[in-house]
Design a protein around this ligand. Structure first.
Ligand code: BES
Ligand code: ZN
Ligand code: ZN
Length: 490
């Protein structure tokens, strides 16, 4: 989708959809009164709007759409504007207008608007035999007297962020037949080459050599072998912080021998959303170039039912040496993450953040708008919550309740892979992961089971993958890099 800045004043002859944005009833634009006499005026807006968008058709080629932040319930100011951008795009499509004009006087709002357009323009229609011919409209922000160069940089930055988000969404929306460990590794490799990241893929032989018992154990049941994808971002000047990003990439989760019920089972093609978020974030980070060292580790398997599938009662030796009894083969995410977390710390990560569609329990606790966070370091989780809010990805901290740790004790292995009883499952899952975090490592686990897929249109997202985590991780990298720079300055 093309976005541009124009320093020219709009005229009421400009064709396309003219989008007039209001914050409440205050215009966010400044149009010459003369030319736009018929469009001006707060009274007119108030009288006409209520909660509805107001249209005025000026010809077949021209229409005016009034949008106000008061038409969007909930959410931050930025999120409201992103949502309004998506409405403008829908309106242009509905009336087959191929250009959108947005006069804007409040330029801090350019970034969220641009992001709203770019994220809402995303389509996953490659499997439709009849493609919609209509191209995505071009959006022109008219900012007379603005610093066009700086504003164009703002657009470029929004592009880089949205491309990371949409890259992750593509990976998640693809069925498991298309995206499985080897093809995910291929996609990661191609992306890494394009943006200039180091890439390493461990195949089943390398995984055996590296004693990745969890990844191999869960991967055994599928004809498609597992992979572990490693991406390294090493800027020239670096400080002491080394960020490790780890993402669960179960290309499909049947539950294994502890098989899942079939209702909505197709959704388990998205059980690699944590891995996709890490890959999308690395794509964005490589282009934004924050000054911080980052290593990304994405373990990928298919949790299948097969003659060699891991069996309940089996005992796995993890990479760390701890042994794990597999009570339930559907608690597979933690079994691949335990090895990846161990590996990323061997690589020298000081700050580790993982993202995983880990539990149904977090969906019951927080629903689909909040990602759950579990942390051994309050400063790091505070930072994640705060950058998450800024970028529009809400995070809620959950307790790592020590008291529940005993639920993971097991008579014949070091640990069991599930807690006891039906409750608190997202907490015992996080406590399980914590067993693989070493003293001194700062760590946050994000359970994105509820937030990775939208089952209906939500904010500026179409139904399907949301790419959750990409924007938060990119913002975290920038935030840690900025702090490092401050520390260096003294
Ligand atoms: N991938 C699922 C979790 C999930 C559920 C993701 C719903 C997205 C939507 C995970 O592997 C799983 O099956 N977890 C089990 C763990 C249980 C067996 C202890 C769960 O949460 O039910
Ligand atoms: Zn599972
Ligand atoms: Zn899973």
């Amino acid at each position: 989708m093309k976005l541009r800045i124009s320093s020219e004043q709009l005229s009421d002859q400009t064709p396309g959809l003219l989008v007039l944005l209001y914050e409440g009833t205050t215009p966010m634009f400044n149009l010459p009164a003369k030319a736009f006499k018929t469009l001006q005026g707060r009274e007119q807006f108030e009288a006409l709007t209520g909660d509805q968008e107001v249209w005025s058709f000026r010809s077949g080629q021209q229409a005016v759409l009034y949008l106000s932040t008061s038409q969007v319930k909930y959410f931050t100011r930025e999120e409201k504007l992103k949502t309004l951008a998506s409405r403008a795009l829908k309106a242009a499509a509905k009336y087959k207008l191929s250009a959108i004009q947005v006069p804007l006087s409040i330029t801090e709002m350019l970034a969220p608007l641009a992001e709203g357009f770019l994220i809402s323009a995303y389509k996953f229609d490659k499997y439709k035999s009849a493609k919609k011919e209509r191209p995505t409209p071009e959006v022109t922000f008219s900012v007379p007297g603005g610093d066009a160069k700086a504003l164009t940089r703002t657009l470029a930055r929004a592009q880089v962020i949205a491309e990371g988000v949409n890259f992750a969404r593509d990976l998640v929306n693809e069925p498991a037949e298309a995206i499985y460990p080897e093809t995910l590794a291929q996609a990661a490799t191609e992306m890494a080459k394009k943006v200039g990241l180091e890439v390493q893929v461990l195949d089943e032989k390398a995984l055996a050599k590296g004693k990745f018992g969890g990844v191999l154990g869960v991967g055994k049941g599928a004809a498609r072998p597992p992979r572990l994808i490693v991406l390294r971002y090493r800027p020239k000047a670096r400080g002491g912080v080394h960020l490790g990003l780890v993402g669960k990439a179960v290309a499909f989760d049947t539950g294994g021998i502890s098989i899942k019920p079939s209702s909505k089972l197709w959704e388990m093609k998205s059980d690699m959303a944590g891995g996709a978020a890490v890959l999308g974030a690395m794509m964005t980070i490589a282009r934004l170039k924050p000054d911080i060292r980052i290593t990304a580790v994405v373990p990928s398997v298919i949790n299948a039912v097969g003659p060699l599938a891991i069996l309940p009662g089996d005992i796995i030796a993890s990479r760390s040496g701890k042994t794990v009894h597999v009570d339930n083969t559907d608690a597979e995410g933690r079994l691949i993450l335990m090895d990846a977390l161990d590996y990323v710390q061997d690589e020298g990560a000081t700050h580790v953040v993982d993202a995983a569609t880990l539990t149904g329990s977090i969906v019951r606790a927080l629903g689909t708008s909040y990602t759950g966070a579990f942390a051994n370091d309050q400063a790091l989780v505070n930072r994640l919550i705060s950058v998450g809010k800024e970028v529009g990805e809400e995070i809620w901290q959950m307790p790592l309740a020590d008291e529940y740790r005993q639920q993971l004790d097991h008579p014949i292995a070091d640990m069991d892979n599930v807690g006891k009883g039906p409750n608190g499952g997202s907490i015992t899952a996080a406590l399980f992961l914590r067993e693989f975090i070493r003293d001194g490592s700062r760590w946050v686990h994000l359970d994105i089971a509820g937030t990775s897929m939208a089952d209906k249109a939500w904010k500026y997202f179409a139904p399907g993958a949301t790419g959750v985590g990409v924007r938060t991780f990119a913002a975290l990298a920038e935030s840690l890099a900025a702090e490092g720079a401050n520390i260096k300055k003294g």
